[in-house]
Design a protein around this ligand. Structure first.
Ligand SMILES: Nc1ncnc2c1ncn2[C@@H]1O[C@H](COP(=O)(O)OP(=O)(O)OP(=O)(O)O)[C@@H](O)[C@H]1O
Length: 224
């Protein structure tokens, strides 16, 4: 199988403290992978190494045949902007922009014309239940609406991979499930692969592959 993303023997340190030990990871195009494990197990550290945000001390991360550590800072930023998407557990949209402008941002930053970028934003915001709020300023949205805008922004440019760190973090059960279902449905529909960090076993159960982490290492890989 062709892998869009892989990691081999990744070690990562915060100063003297080692957070990842020899992590191996593989993601096929369009696959959904969940990274699970207890608090402090190294889930977020692995996610950010895979996304090219944290540089491994040893080992390699390869995206579409490109070893990330071989890229200049500018090329890595361009790759992240154009081919990857991110959803964090918190983070609010820019309040002075509308919902639609917020979701369209990755395309506008890539130089795509406003009409096309806004149409693409509408395409992802509608199924997320935000169709009635496209022109509303993004100030004072509810927590669930913020998460929906964040998901739309991560998917709008049809990236190859979206990285999501507890994407429904602060939401209550029903709303978290609704946002997550729509996120994964949209990602699968546009063949965007997903790497998802989660504490929630129900969320992990929706992935094609689960990586279980303990003490900075991947202790188990389960393919459904
Ligand atoms: N900025 C940092 N500086 C120093 N140590 C850190 C930093 N961030 C994380 N760590 C440590 O690295 C280890 C792995 O952290 P990481 O955030 O990757 O775990 P996690 O599994 O995502 O945890 P959680 O589920 O609690 O978010 C932990 O021991 C943590 O305390």
């Amino acid at each position: 199988m062709d892998h869009i993303l892989s990691a081999r023997g990744v070690d990562f340190f915060y100063g003297e403290r080692q957070a990842l030990y020899g992590a191996d990871f593989e993601l096929a195009g369009g696959e959904v992978a969940a990274i699970t494990g207890g608090s402090g197990a190294g889930k977020s550290s692995l996610l950010y190494c895979l996304a090219g945000v944290l540089p491994p001390a040893r080992g390699t991360v390869t995206f579409d045949g490109i070893v990330l550590s071989s890229l200049s800072g500018a090329d890595l930023s361009a790759l992240r902007r154009e081919r990857l998407g991110f959803v964090s557990s918190s983070g609010e949209p820019l309040p002075e922009l509308t919902v639609q402008e917020n979701a369209a941002l990755p395309m506008r930053l890539a130089g795509i014309a406003k009409d096309r970028a806004h149409a693409a934003a509408g395409r992802v915001l509608e199924p997320l239940g935000m169709g009635a709020h496209l022109r509303r300023r993004a100030a004072n949205l509810s927590g669930g609406q913020n998460r929906r805008v964040a998901v739309a922004r991560a998917l709008v440019h049809r990236p190859d991979v979206v990285f999501a760190d507890e994407p429904t973090g602060a939401l209550d059960g029903a709303d978290a499930t609704a946002v997550l279902e729509e996120f994964l449905r949209l990602a699968r529909e546009q063949e965007t692969a997903v790497v998802l960090v989660t504490h929630d076993p129900d969320v992990a159960a929706r992935a094609d592959t689960r990586y279980v982490m303990a003490d900075g290492a991947i202790s188990r890989r389960v393919t459904v």
